[in-house]
Design a protein around this ligand. Structure first.
Ligand SMILES: [Zn+2]
Length: 369
């Protein structure tokens, strides 16, 4: 069997199984029954062209013993998805009629290869942890999903055998257009990435795949050592493995997620501010040394704003505190330890008996375990 795992894109900024994804339970059998009743199962007799694409793809990947079923549903949108039934049928792929009607065989090979990629890399085995809304987790999740798409696209490219067909499949998926309207100058689509800005991407879109990033990551991959090696090209590839990783990471960080370190700094700072404010005002009038402490650590303006909010509405301080505590909870342990250390040093100037010391002790326990 081929070692497809070498093609996987790993985002080492994120540990996806740490409180973000869990093993999925699924009702795959019911889903399959639904497909059998409401869509068309691909067979050699009824849909030979689709059938032959699938056969070619499986042959190409040396996955001949995989039990795969493919269904076409009546949907003018362009979409494809897949799930696994476990031992009985390894993989079920669903493609929309809109997609089949618009794509050439090579483009379809990309789409089917992409779905097999999700299966092969184990993406189907996991589901999101049920959780409250949390900006940091949204970002991490987004980055996980981007990584999954980037990995799956590589299998798609291997199956279609052509970068152009792969990019066409992506462009057709986002636009719904067919060949009549699309030129061969697809590289300009990659420029769309330059106008994407992390700060303006609404939180709601974090978890959606960002197509220009995928297209660019795939194009870079097609220029890399790994791909050249895989396809047996004996020329020198323009991109070493290290530069491939650096280029993709740069795009991801400018769009889906700022550097985790920077983001953590922001969260830690906000958390500390609200922790102190909350501890200082709990059952107490704010004292002069507490105000000075805040000003020294967060500046005069930030302190003023925070205290104004505290004066207007105590419960909003609690809300802020809880919001950032949830985010801190999901930071890597090393960041949390650093934060606790910093706070310990900052609190050294406060009296041993001060309320905040007691709060801090409890906090240390709950954060570091
Ligand atoms: Zn996908």
């Amino acid at each position: 069997m081929l070692n497809l795992d070498k093609l996987r894109w790993i985002d080492d900024n994120i540990d996806e199984y740490q409180g973000i994804l869990v093993r999925a339970e699924n009702n795959a059998y019911a889903h399959r029954m639904h497909l059998l009743s409401n869509s068309l199962k691909v067979t050699e007799e009824i849909t030979p062209r689709i059938s032959s694409v699938i056969k070619k793809v499986l042959q190409h990947l040396s996955l001949l013993d995989i039990e795969l079923e493919c269904y076409v549903n009546n949907d003018s949108d362009m979409n494809a998805s897949c799930f696994s039934l476990g031992n009985d049928v390894n993989l079920i792929i669903i493609i929309s009629s809109g997609l089949v009607n618009t794509m050439t065989q090579d483009e379809l090979a990309f789409v089917i290869g992409h779905e097999i990629g999700h299966y092969f890399f184990g993406h189907l085995d996991y589901a999101e942890v049920k959780r409250e809304k949390n900006a940091l987790l949204d970002m991490k999740l987004s980055r996980i999903y981007q990584s999954h798409e980037i990995s799956a696209d590589r299998i798609g490219l291997i199956c279609s055998g052509s970068l152009e067909s792969s990019l066409r499949a992506i462009v057709k998926t986002v636009s719904g257009l067919n060949d009549e309207f699309i030129t061969h100058n697809l590289h300009t689509y990659l420029h769309q990435i330059q106008s994407l800005n992390y700060d303006d991407l609404a939180h709601a879109y974090y978890t959606h795949p960002i197509f220009p990033i995928r297209a660019k990551a795939l194009t870079l991959f097609s220029m890399s050592e790994v791909y050249y090696l895989w396809t047996g090209k004996d020329k020198q590839a323009p991109l070493t493995e290290d530069s491939l990783i650096a280029r993709i990471r740069k795009d991801l960080e400018s769009t889906t997620m700022k550097n985790l370190k920077e983001e953590s700094k922001h969260i830690v700072e906000k958390f500390q501010l609200w922790f102190y404010v909350k501890s200082f005002i709990d059952n107490n009038e704010l004292e002069q040394d507490e105000i000075l402490f805040l000003e020294k650590n967060f500046g005069v303006d930030t302190t003023k704003k925070a205290l104004r909010l505290a004066k207007e509405n105590t419960s909003s301080v609690t809300k802020k505190y809880e919001e950032f505590r949830n985010q801190v909870h999901h930071l890597p342990l090393q960041y949390k330890s650093l934060m606790v250390n910093d706070m310990k040093n900052a609190l050294d100037s406060m009296l041993e008996s001060h309320n905040v010391q007691r709060y801090f002790k409890n906090l240390t326990k709950s954060i570091l375990g």
